[in-house]
Design a protein. Structure first.
Length: 319
DNA sequence: TGGTATGTTCCAAA
DNA sequence: TTTTGGAACATACC
């Protein structure tokens, strides 16, 4: 389900009911989906208030604020004796200690617990949110949940278990691998030109690379390349300035259109949006191109199903 | 049964 | 060094 428009849609839908709420309990049922660990995540988020809910790339981000003396239920974490030491008066200036392990696994003893910090959630292939109260019985695939101070329970559902729930005290470091936001001011033709000319890669895998441009996934990449009339295997450093301008415009247009329609429903996992019926090439193999009536072709590029109009998106020449 | 799936990461090969 | 291909992750669906 989730590319930028789907994540943005979820953020907008949940913002009003999450901002200002305090997380009073966190349960993870699949340990590997909680990072850096279930214990560290619980320690980082429980007792804190969600100051702001927003999106960075395909991550749902909750800016956290504060923490209570009894915030982390340390003594209730069985088998974690190192956590049985409750936060001391150091919480008065916003920090407490948390045992941490180094990369090679040694316990360094302690590091600082930040009063604030950030909760990041990545939905990967099949993740999504839900409210417990909206069901008589628990819906399927609940992998984690958050109890809030207003009595509500936010569910993190994820059939394929690829999604991630992350706590970080250093947001900059945690997101330093991410590229430019395509809907922000800085995403100019010049900025895109620099990104494209700086490497010699095929367009489609380059657009899917989150360290270059964030938010595009398989569907919106196909749509953007179609709108820009560019073949997905064109080399990034061989586009004319005019083609780069078209590509920038197309990327922003398809993402904004996706947001406007609340994203794209797909394979029954995500049922939110209506963008599906506005797709022009993705998943349309054999159907006539909306622009020139040529049948849409299905290709395999970078191991991803890829859809193009062979006439509108020629490998060389112009449409 | 086999192929495919909206994402990401890691490793090997070119 | 950079880029590409393949596999892996876990599960559902056609």
């Amino acid at each position: 389900m989730p590319e930028l428009p789907e994540v943005e849609t979820i953020v907008r839908a949940y913002r009003a009911r999450l901002e200002g709420r305090r997380i009073v309990r966190f349960v993870a049922r699949v340990a590997k989906q909680a990072q850096p660990s279930v214990t560290a995540l619980r320690w980082g988020i429980v007792g804190k208030r969600i100051k702001r809910l927003w999106r960075r790339a395909k991550y749902i981000v909750a800016d956290l604020q504060g923490g209570q003396r009894d915030a982390a239920p340390a003594s209730k974490v069985h088998g974690q004796t190192s956590l049985s030491v409750a936060p001391t008066r150091s919480t008065t200036h916003g920090q407490a200690s948390l045992p941490m392990a180094t990369r090679d696994g040694r316990d360094t003893g302690r590091c600082m617990r930040h009063a604030d910090g950030h909760l990041l959630i990545h939905l990967r292939m099949s993740g999504g949110f839900d409210w417990a109260a909206e069901h008589d019985r628990e819906p399927p695939y609940v992998r984690a949940y958050f109890d809030l101070d207003d009595g509500n329970r936010l569910l993190f559902c994820d059939a394929r278990k690829f999604g991630l729930v992350i706590y970080t005290a250093d947001f900059e470091a945690a997101t330093s691998h991410l590229g430019i936001e395509p809907l922000e001011r800085g995403f100019t033709t010049g900025a895109l030109e620099a990104l494209l000319r700086g490497r010699a890669r095929q367009l489609k895998p380059l657009l899917l690379d989150q360290s270059v441009i964030t938010g595009l996934g398989n569907i919106y990449t196909d749509e953007a390349l179609f709108q820009a009339r560019l073949h997905p295997t064109r080399r990034s450093d061989r586009l004319a300035r005019q083609e780069i301008r078209r590509l920038r415009t197309a990327i922003q247009a398809v993402l904004r259109r996706g947001i406007r329609h609340h994203g794209t429903s797909f394979d029954g996992v995500y049922r939110g949006g209506g963008m599906r019926k506005h797709l022009k090439v993705h998943g349309q193999a054999g159907l006539p191109c909306k622009r020139c009536k040529t049948p849409i072709e299905a290709l395999r590029i970078a191991q991803r199903g890829t859809y193009i109009c062979p006439r509108c998106q020629p490998l060389d020449g112009n449409c």
